[in-house]
Design a protein around this ligand. Sequence first.
Ligand code: GLP
Length: 239
Amino acid sequence: MKIITVKGYKELSETAAQIVLQKIEQDPEAVIGLATGSTPLGLYEELAVDHQLNGTSYQKITTFNLDEYVGLPADHDHSYRYYMNENLFTHLDIPKEQTHIPRGDAEDAAAEAKNYEELIQRTGGIDLQILGIGRNGHIGFNEPGTSFSSITHLADLTSSTREANKKFFDSVEEVPELAISMGIATIMRSKEILLLITGKQKQSAFEQLTKGEVDESFPASVLRNHPHVTVIIDEDAKT
Ligand code: GLP
């Protein structure tokens, strides 16, 4: 794992944007994996500003998001589809049909997960996957205990994750209990991974990521087995 330490959130977002933009420059048809949560918001803002100023084209880019809450339709303002449209896609020239997020309101969520996995593989896999990390080490919605061989599946959210994510909802009761999430094996098949870690509340997660055992009880630890992971971390999360 290559670890880049930056001063604060702005620098973290700028550094992440440089890596994404470099990838797009090298391969204008790249398949990019995207994350939600608060962490990548600054990165998405940087990409939007760059698009406006420099006209970087996303017309041939394909994206796959990590996950979506089960039960929320695309136009629900707490769905990840809504978040992605608002925070990134509407600011770029990417054709909407090239942006993929599991459908939270699919009639058969398990079938939706299976189809999503197949679509990722049919598209040729993910070239660069952006990740955040949960305080308990979850990546996507792969909570502690998820098998390292899991592919896109229905994931139960732990109460601590629902508690952490209630900031996007009016109350914790409103946070769905189930999500469709890429699996650990799906994420690990990405050719390159960019993990963003910011803020004091992620200190112990970083510590466990770098010093703990590679074990399913701490999902992000699997990244130590991946040949091409870059971690960008700010000083607050590191010390
Ligand atoms: C959610 C998402 C993850 C994200 C994590 C951390 O649970 N499913 O993909 O990495 O939260 O979120 P934040 O960046 O808000 O700390």
